[in-house]
Write a protein of this length. Structure first.
Length: 108
């Protein structure tokens, strides 16, 4: 949300603060509490992060920071943007392998 405010040239003081407070009230949570960076280190199972190399909405650097904070898991960077649906098919075997390995099942 902070990045969105900056990108839209909305000053944090007054208007930006009002927007952030309104969104937090609507969703019923504080951003600091639900932020992935705040939560990811408390996840106690393997996590597969998948991020588009050409994502203009969420920079790849954010995914790299999340990966660094993970207890266990990996980051798969795919050739895609923010909507990964068209980019996942070439990685189906890797996705199935990750879930099969960590769910303790064999998928053929």
């Amino acid at each position: 949300m902070e990045r969105w405010l900056r990108e839209h040239h909305i000053p944090r003081r007054w208007i930006g603060t009002a927007i952030l407070e309104h969104v937090q009230a609507v969703i019923g949570e504080r951003f600091d509490h639900i932020a992935p960076q705040s939560q990811i280190s408390s996840i106690d199972c393997p996590v597969l992060l998948v991020h588009g190399r050409h994502d203009q909405t969420v920079p790849l650097g954010d995914a790299l920071r999340l990966r660094a904070a993970l207890r266990q898991g990996e980051l798969l960077v795919v050739d895609g943007d923010h909507d990964l649906r068209p980019s996942l098919a070439p990685h189906a075997d890797r996705l199935v392998h990750f879930f099969g390995t960590h769910l303790g099942t064999t998928i053929t």
